[in-house]
Each structure stands twice: as structure tokens, then as C-alpha cells.
Write a protein that binds this ligand. Structure first.
Ligand code: ADP
Ligand code: ASP
Ligand code: MG
Length: 402
């Protein structure tokens, strides 16, 4: 069997943890399997490197920031190879250049395009454990790129797809995918299985346990994922096309505190206004998420939208510099907001799911600012201070606990 095993930052956060991972990987190797290991940077290294960069420049050039961040993963893979060597096992660490992991050119948020598998295959045939840096790639300028925060999961899935691996295991610091973030919702329960579509919604809505693009890629190439703990041997959660889970009304509650709201007040109530606003935002590369337009009154209307909190300043700057073209009264903003979402294929066929969610919020006296829905999701925007209370109340209202 060819197994791809990915370990996140906490799992390789100290020399002892690295040794623990090395032992786990060697167990699989000694059973005769081919083992490819993908690693994140140790502990909070990536955060620390970002703070370090900000000490010399509050807006570091993205190319240089990527050049800095990729060092984190390189520490992990070389340390791991040394740990395996100490166990008497042949192992080789490879970075994105050595493998040749080709990405799009966009720094800090690149997408994987193509992976050369020759070097990895060659090393596996030579009976070595191959340890690859997660999160990083190279672009057409022969520069390092990174795949966005949490991107090592995507490296692992892409490698599993490219190598036609028999298994892709994502090891982390919790026992699997839960009905909600176990650090926020006290009654969160581990799921045995979850579908790609549900996992994709959960990951996109703030469940950081998997990088959303890793789920997108797993679905596209049919890679079955197992999410499990690196600290124990409990079973974990299987992510795949069809899950035979006990069909609950919803499968999870996601919390995303990384959202800001911007409202443009007093726009003209006429055709083309929404187009102009969102065209301006698109050209400024602002990723807009929820959108709400008020009913027109006195020939004016308001449009509110949410974006990632790193992008609010850019959004406001873009709108203000187009004041003449947009003709609005004023801009109002709030960064103290969070998105709380429920996700589940069950809601397609069950009316009243949204009402149940709103009732849980009403019972807690929590006000809803914005609402958006898809076939398998309902999202509300509420005050960030109330997010954890809201998630717990909704989770309990749907009976998701054990
Ligand atoms: P790693 O460094 O291993 O990639 P991450 O911090 O990226 O780990 O992801 C694991 C974390 O995801 C957990 O510690 C947990 O707090 C968080 N998380 C958020 N939502 C969920 C969920 N639904 N199920 C499990 N963990 C979740
Ligand atoms: N080290 C990177 C990060 O912290 C990638 C990852 O951990 O997946 O975002
Ligand atoms: Mg992660």
C-alpha cells in the first residue's frame, strides 16, 4: 500500500512530538508499505514568522513573506528525516523545489497545478520514507509560493491524488471531525463519517480542521480522507462521497470569527448600482461573502456585505475612491461580527430547519444581522461576542450532542 500521512503543527510541535510521529510512520513502513509524509511547520512557527516580518514591515511584500514562511516547513521535514534516521530507517526530506510542486503564480494564496512524481517514486522504490514540506509550492518565475493558511492539508491530498495513494490520513490535535469545534462547543460529538459536500461547507464556513481546498480536491479526485489524532489511536472520521451516517437533520455547526461587515448606505435605487459596487470590489480583489440589499425607500437603498477581516480596509478604500461613480450617503462598518452556520444534507428535504436555528438564537436573546442560505446550509451574521453562546445553543437545539 502507498500511504500519505499528513501531520499538522501541533503534532510536530516539539522534538518529542516529532519522535512520536516518526515512530508512527515507521510502524507503517515496517509493514511493507510505501510511506509519504507531509508536514506543517512546528507549532506556531508560521504565526511567529508572520509577526517577525511585521516587525520590519507592516505590509511585507507577498513574495518575500512566502520566501520566509516556507522555512517553517523545511525545519519540520529535515527534523523528521533525522528522527527517522535515528530509528535506523532510510528517509529523505524534500521541499517544493526538490519535488517540483507547481502552483499558480499568486503569492500567499497559490493553487497547486501539477506535481512531478518522479523523484518521490524513485525514492520510494529505493525503500525510503519520503517526507515532503506542506503548504509550499513553486511558480513559473521559480519563486516559492504558499497555498494559504492551513494549506498543508491540500498538499497531502494533491500528493495522494497524484501518486494514486491507497490511503490519505490527516493527523491533527483532535480525534476527528466533530459536529462543531470541540474547543468552542462543549457537547460537540465526533462524526464517524461525513460527505465531501458537507465537509466542504463546514471547512469553508470556518471549521479549520481541514483546509477547504483539500476537501475540494479530495472530492474531485475521489480521495477518501481519514482525519484522526496523532496523539492516540482512536478511529477518526472518514470523509468521502456518500456517508452512511445516522441521518441527522444537520451534521454540524461552524463558527467563523474572521468576518467583517460593510454597509453602503443611501445608494440610488436604480438598475446597475449593485453591479457597479461589486465590480469595484472585484477589481480590488475583495472576496465578498454574504450580501444583503434593503428594499428601496425615497429612491435610495442600502447594500451590506461581509468579507474576510483582512480585506475590510481594502474594500472601504475601493468604495471611497469611487464615491463619484457610486453616489452613496455614507459607509458603515463593523468588525465585531461572526458567522455561525448550520450544515447538513438533511435540510434539503426537511422544512423548518432555519426556523429551528432562529428559535435557538431568539431563546438566547441573540440578534441576527444578516442571513444567507444554500441547499445544505444556513448562515447568520451576529455579534462576535455572542458567537460561542450561539453555537452552543444551536448545537443543543438540534440534538447533536451524544
Ligand atoms: P493542524 O495543525 O493539525 O492542521 P488545525 O488547528 O489546522 O490543526 O485544525 C485542528 C483544529 O480545528 C482543532 O484543534 C479544532 O479546534 C478546530 N476545529 C474547528 N472546527 C472543527 C470541527 N468541526 N471538528 C474538529 N475540529 C475542529
Ligand atoms: N504552516 C501553515 C499554517 O500554519 C500551513 C499548515 O499548517 O497547514 O498555516
Ligand atoms: Mg490545519
Amino acid at each position: 500500500m502507498l500511504i500519505v500521512k499528513k501531520f499538522g503543527g501541533t503534532s510536530v510541535g516539539s522534538p518529542e512530538r516529532i519522535m512520536n510521529v516518526a515512530i508512527r510512520c515507521v510502524e507503517d513502513y515496517k509493514k511493507g508499505n510505501d510511506v509519504v509524509v507531509v508536514l506543517s511547520a512546528m507549532g506556531k512557527t508560521t504565526d511567529d514568522l508572520i509577526s517577525l516580518a511585521h516587525k520590519v514591515n507592516p505590509k511585507p511584500p507577498k513574495r518575500e513573506l512566502d520566501m520566509l514562511l516556507v522555512t517553517g516547513e523545511q525545519v519540520s521535514v529535515s527534523m523528521m528525516a533525522m528522527a527517522m534516521a535515528s530509528l535506523g530507517v532510510r528517509a529523505v526530506s524534500l521541499n517544493a523545489f526538490q519535488v517540483a510542486m507547481h502552483t499558480t503564480s499568486q503569492y500567499s494564496n497559490a493553487r497547486l497545478k501539477r506535481i512531478d512524481c518522479d523523484r518521490i517514486r524513485h525514492e520510494l522504490e529505493d525503500r525510503k520514507i519520503v517526507i515532503v514540506t506542506g503548504f509550499q509550492g513553486i511558480n513559473k518565475y521559480d519563486d516559492y509560493t504558499t497555498l494559504g493558511r492551513g494549506g498543508s492539508d491540500t498538499t497531502a491530498v494533491a500528493l495522494a491524488a497524484a501518486l494514486h495513494a491507497d490511503a490519505c490520513e490527516i493527523y491533527t490535535d483532535v480525534d476527528g471531525v466533530y459536529t462543531s469545534d470541540p474547543r468552542i462547543v462543549r457537547n460537540a460529538r465526533k462524526l464517524q463519517e461525513i460527505t465531501y459536500d458537507e465537509m466542504l461547507e463546514m471547512a469553508s464556513l470556518g471549521a479549520g480542521v481541514l483546509h477547504n481546498r483539500s476537501v475540494e480536491m479530495a472530492k474531485k479526485y475521489g480521495v477518501t480522507l481519514v482525519v484522526r489524532s496523532s496523539l492516540n489511536y482512536s478511529e477518526g472520521t472518514v470523509v468521502k462521497e456518500d456517508a452512511k451516517v445516522e441521518r441527522m437533520l444537520i451534521s454540524g455547526v461552524a463558527v467563523d470569527k474572521n468576518a467583517d461587515r460593510v454597509s453602503v448606505i443611501g445608494l440610488k435605487d436604480q438598475p446597475g448600482v449593485a453591479f457597479r459596487l461589486f465590480d469595484i470590489l472585484a477589481k480590488a480583489n475583495v472576496n465578498v461573502d454574504m450580501i444583503l440589499q434593503s428594499i428601496g425607500r425615497d429612491d435610495t437603498k442600502d447594500i451590506s456585505f461581509t468579507c474576510d477581516d483582512g480585506q475590510m480596509d481594502e474594500a472601504i478604500k475601493a468604495i471611497e475612491s469611487n464615491r463619484e461613480r457610486l453616489k452613496y450617503h455614507k459607509i458603515d462598518m463593523n468588525s465585531d461580527v461572526a458567522k455561525v452556520s448550520i450544515v447538513g444534507a438533511g435540510m434539503m428535504t426537511n422544512p423548518g430547519v432555519a426556523a429551528k436555528m432562529f428559535e435557538a438564537l431568539y431563546n438566547e436573546g441573540i440578534n441576527i444581522n444578516m442571513i444567507s442560505t444554500s441547499e445544505i446550509r444556513v448562515t447568520v451574521l451576529i455579534s462576535e461576542r455572542e458567537a460561542e453562546r450561539a453555537a452552543n445553543a444551536i448545537h443543543d437545539a438540534f440534538g447533536l450532542a451524544d
